[in-house]
Design a binder for this molecule. Structure first.
Ligand code: NAD
Length: 295
């Protein structure tokens, strides 16, 4: 069993860390938010007093932070890299820009640390059930070393290539998810306005060519899927502002790749308006409120 320092135990990290505790690993957790730490400590983890404390004396450091600036700050400024013992494997599971991921990889490599960027998909349900997909970037040997640990938090663990390749893959996934969620929301509003009940729409779309994981797990309207965020006041889940962050990453990536993403661009504009309307903290499925504020 491994010693793990876990930094960032919010919606996703708390559940991932809890699964590591359940699997028998010894955990030290740190988060700026005391309440978030309490949740994991109640599951059997130890409280770390700082980023450095979490990174010291462990076999793995796992970070699950909101944005690239947080990862840069925790890795570079606040000192995961300065504090970790030689031989510690660093795994960043946040969804961040490719440049920040590669900057963290470069700083880690300079000090002789093995690192993976390993963003996830599967949401809080996947984090809870330890069924996440991990998209990993870094050396194959580092991937093999981290694999047994990642298998305690996920089911589908994929080596996507070198440093930053996990982030590229994740950004592609989320751009598609956002486009589908917007298209699904448009269909529900249009169908209901023309008199078809949301339940009928759900029953048919979910068994026809419009079906998707977005529809069957994150149905944009309350009712048809009882466990969905929409049926629970749009409590996240995956916050709309984080989806906007990922869409902006997709547009930066599209520029880097010099490729056209017209639907990705439309989804970015839609989520930006939705967040500007004050809905950023709701689950991303609340994008339906942009189409019809009363939905
Ligand atoms: P969250 O905001 O709930 O959790 C992030 C945590 O990081 C917070 O508790 C925050 O206090 C902590 N934090 C921020 N800066 C810190 C610092 N300097 N030191 C210590 N702690 C710090 O976010 P989340 O939903 O758990 O998402 C985390 C990452 O995972 C994001 O990059 C997101 O895009 C990605 N992601 C989220 C989901 C989802 O469904 N929520 C799914 C896949 C990927």
């Amino acid at each position: 069993m491994a010693r793990v320092g876990f930094i960032g135990v919010g919606n996703m990290g708390s559940l991932m860390a809890r699964n590591l505790v359940k699997a028998g690993h010894s955990l030290k957790v740190y988060d700026l938010n005391e309440e978030a730490v309490n949740f994991v400590v109640q599951s059997g983890a130890k409280r770390a007093s700082s980023v450095q404390d979490a990174a010291k004396g462990v076999d793995f450091v796992v970070t699950m932070l909101p944005v690239g600036a947080n990862v840069r700050s925790v890795f570079l400024d606040e000192g995961v890299i300065a504090a970790a013992d030689r031989g510690t494997v660093l795994i960043d599971s946040s969804t961040i820009d490719v440049d920040s991921a590669r900057a963290a990889h470069a700083a880690a490599a300079e000090r002789g640390f093995a690192m993976l960027d390993a963003p996830v998909s599967g949401g809080v349900a996947g984090a809870d059930a330890a069924t996440l997909t991990f998209m990993c970037g870094g050396d194959k040997a580092v991937f093999s070393k981290a694999l047994p640990l990642l298998q305690n938090m996920g089911k589908n663990i994929v080596h996507c290539g070198g440093p930053g390749f996990g982030q590229v893959t994740k950004i592609c996934n989320n751009m598609v998810a956002a486009v589908i969620s917007l298209a699904t929301a448009e269909a529900f509003v249009m169908g209901e306005k023309l008199g078809v009940s949301r339940q009928t729409l759900y029953d048919v779309l979910s068994t026809s060519t419009a079906s998707s994981t977005i529809l069957t797990r994150m149905c944009p309207v309350p009712g048809p899927v009882p466990g969905s965020a929409s049926s629970n006041g749009y409590k996240p889940g995956f916050m709309a502002k984080l989806m906007l962050k990922d869409l902006r990453l997709s547009q930066a990536a599209a520029q880097m790749a010099e490729t056209a993403t017209p639907l990705g661009a439309a989804a970015t504009a839609a989520f930006a308006m939705h967040v500007a309307n004050g809905f950023g903290d709701l689950d991303m499925s609340s994008i339906v409120k942009l189409i019809d504020k009363d939905a």
